[in-house]
Write a protein that binds this ligand. Structure first.
Ligand code: NAP
Length: 289
């Protein structure tokens, strides 16, 4: 397949590399073009200096940029250069509204747009083990799915345009509450003077077990917060979630509270710390950090 790829950052860079390795002809574009040049050199893909260059003649245009406005910009610039029948796959985490807007815009040009946010983080992108949740036309996904499998372990069609993004919001709601609960558990164990390793051994095989507990308990206790998904990104995602909840009427009391806690972590200088740094906020309150 001839593929244009826009957004060669932490996630997009390795995803586009997997596509080259799978034998596709990939043209990589990035806002900061040095990054695209470095990606092309390392991966064997083709450097594209503009969106138009990446989109021209492509069967598939894949995006993994930052936010709603980035997606609007890339899609608007790309559409006049895409051939009719091309498919746009957006891996950016955005609002569901932006996904529906882009889908309508693409349809005018005879193209499909599918919203396809991912979970699995940087490690998932590097190892080709992402989970993709997709909204949009099933027929378009059927064509794109074999390509997406170059960097995915699971691709799930959720329904109409926007439902991929809504599913990613559910993922972030579930994570926010669990991480705060875990941070409080570690904090309480420390304040109570318990051996945190022994506590983990005692409780991690029972009902308290979670991915976050298995992967972040020890690092939270040690005050290490450099494991990927940054607080700034989580605040962007929780902002999308809370906006959506304001319009659909869902009650997200805990999510709103955890979003405020992340704002405090940002104020502590933790914008680039990973999401488990909710523990740092609690440690700072007790003068431990
Ligand atoms: P990132 O490292 O900042 O990468 C984003 C890339 O997109 C950057 O290289 C940026 O270019 C480029 N970009 C932004 N706007 C652009 C535009 N208008 N045209 C062309 N390129 C543009 O971020 P990331 O961690 O890869 O995350 C990307 C998306 O995936 C976000 O929506 C994020 O929420 C989501 N996500 C991330 C993770 C994770 O663990 N990191 C996990 C799941 C989902 P510059 O070099 O100019 O900044």
């Amino acid at each position: 397949m001839k593929i244009g790829f826009a957004g060669l950052g932490v996630m997009g860079g390795p995803m586009a590399r997997h596509l080259v390795q799978a034998g596709h002809e990939v043209a990589g574009f990035n806002r900061t073009s040095d990054k695209a040049r470095a990606w092309a050199q390392a991966s064997g893909g083709r450097f594209a200096a503009t969106v138009a260059e990446a989109a021209a003649g492509a069967d598939l245009l894949i995006l993994c940029v930052g936010n709603d406005d980035d997606v609007r910009q890339v899609v608007t610039e790309a559409l006049p250069h895409l051939k009719a029948g091309a498919i746009i796959v957006d891996h950016t985490t955005t609002s569901a509204r932006a996904a529906r807007e882009m889908s309508a815009l693409a349809a005018v040009q005879g193209c499909d747009f599918i919203d396809a946010p991912v979970s699995g983080g940087q490690a998932g992108a590097e190892n080709g083990q992402l989970s993709v949740m997709v909204g949009g036309e099933a027929a378009a996904l059927d064509k794109a799915e074999p390509v997406l499998m170059a960097y995915s372990k699971a691709v799930k069609h959720m329904g109409a345009s926007g439902t991929g993004q809504l599913t990613k919001m559910v993922n972030q709601i579930a994570i926010a509450g669990v991480v705060q609960g875990l941070a409080e558990a570690v904090h309480f164990a420390q304040v109570a003077g318990l051996d945190t390793d022994a506590v983990y051994d005692a409780i991690s095989k029972g009902a308290a077990q979670s991915w976050q507990m298995d992967n972040r308990w020890k690092t939270m206790a040690e005050g290490r917060f450099d494991f990927g998904f940054a607080v700034d990104w989580m605040r962007k995602d929780l902002g999308l979630v809370l906006d959506e909840a304001r319009s659909n009427g869902a009650h997200l009391e805990l999510t709103a509270l955890v979003d405020r806690f992340y704002a405090e972590v940002q104020a502590m200088g933790g914008s680039r710390w990973d999401t488990s740094s909710l523990a740092a906020r609690l440690q700072a309150r007790n003068g431990r950090a």
